[in-house]
Design a protein around this ligand. Structure first.
Ligand code: CU
Length: 357
């Protein structure tokens, strides 16, 4: 009851002090459709199937990125893959990570709705709900209302080591064995696991290399690196730099400890692990929807957070790289015209109109 009354108290105060400058609250424009992005398990089975059908639809629509220049691009879905590869060296472990991915996943949501008739909004993967048992989650249980689950068991999948930390291998390691993306093909990558240049996109760049969606559910990783303790630490960050640190251990830690962002990427198999090519796993967009959700909630939770930025526009922020400001332009290739960072700092402005549950 107290929770319900509270906004009314604020409203009354707002009326009393209306002659003073009132901080604008982030209210959606009522003339626009407010999108509600839901957690996967909150969606009805038919809504989930609506989403995966729309993703499959994008995989069957013609690409707009030219195959002559980007040979691996074979569908509208691949337009998003190539764009992600193309800007990876600017938009990860950098000051552009949060703003760029906010726009990128919104463009994806818009394509699903406008080009494939999807009626809902982008779902999110609330990691801690399933961190101890991914295979039991509605997202990854492998049913037709999941986004496909584990892969076939591959005896060749290895544990991963970095510094002092060993990440045990997952339970699959082969092709996704059931669910809507069982037969899908990814067309680009794989990219090398370590970065050798901050300026050159590594081989195989945009080469065509069709293969299956790799999955290996990994509770060892998800329970350690995507749990509720880490999410509450993230939300308690007082500065954007601290927020980025919990998300990404930025710069990444030599000892192999992952941030929440990396934790999600390493939880379900090698397709999603691929820094450049990760958007080929349909889970990518739900993972980044969760990151965007937590950023949006963090932005709403304190003064001076709305426009807080930190870092440069180059991966790992090498010395001399340009600092990101509200006026830094972000590029989206064939997907969209370049956008200044200030346009994406609120989910309720400049053409965005969405909230998260
Ligand atoms: Cu990314």
């Amino acid at each position: 009851m107290i929770q319900l009354r509270y906004p009314w108290v604020l409203l009354a105060l707002g009326q009393l002090v209306c002659s003073f400058a009132v901080i604008p609250r982030h209210q959606p424009d009522r003339s626009e459709n407010l999108g509600v992005r839901k957690e996967w398990g909150e969606m009805l089975p038919k809504e989930r199937i609506g989403y995966t059908n729309a993703v499959l639809c994008l995989q069957n629509l013609p690409n707009q990125v030219p195959t002559a220049e980007y040979p691996g691009v074979r569908s509208r879905f691949d337009d998003f893959v190539a764009t992600h590869i193309n800007y990876t060296l600017h938009t990860h472990y950098s000051g552009l990570f949060l703003p760029w991915h906010r726009r990128f996943i919104w463009l994806w949501e818009r394509a699903l709705r406008e080009e494939c008739g999807y009626q809902g909004y982008l779902p999110y993967w609330d990691w801690p709900l399933w961190a101890d048992n991914l295979a039991a989650s509605p997202l990854f249980d492998g049913s037709e209302t999941s986004i496909s689950g584990d892969g076939e068991y591959n005896p060749g999948e290895q544990n991963m080591s970095g510094g002092d930390v060993t990440l045990l291998r997952g339970s699959g390691g082969g092709c996704a064995k059931s669910g809507p993306f069982k037969d899908m093909k990814v067309h680009m990558g794989p990219f090398p696991g370590s970065l050798t240049s901050t300026t050159e996109i590594p081989a195989p760049r945009f080469e065509y290399n069709p293969r299956c969606l790799n999955r290996s559910l990994n509770d060892f990783v998800s329970s350690r690196y995507t749990n509720s303790t880490l999410v509450s630490t993230l939300m308690k960050a007082s500065k954007i730099a601290d927020f980025q640190m919990v998300l990404d251990h930025w710069p990444p830690r030599e000892d192999g400890v992952l941030g929440l962002h990396g934790g999600g990427h390493f939880s379900i198999g090698s397709t999603l692990q691929d820094l450049f090519g990760s958007s080929q796993d349909p889970a990518f967009f739900l993972h980044h929807s969760q990151i965007d959700r937590l950023w949006a909630k963090w932005q709403d939770a304190g003064a001076n957070r709305r426009n807080a930025l930190n870092g440069t526009s180059t991966i790992m922020n090498p010395p001399g790289a340009d600092l990101v400001t509200l006026n830094t332009m972000m590029e989206f290739g064939y997907l969209d015209s370049p956008r200044p960072v200030h346009e994406v700092m609120s989910p309720l402005a400049n053409g965005f109109s969405y909230v998260y549950t």
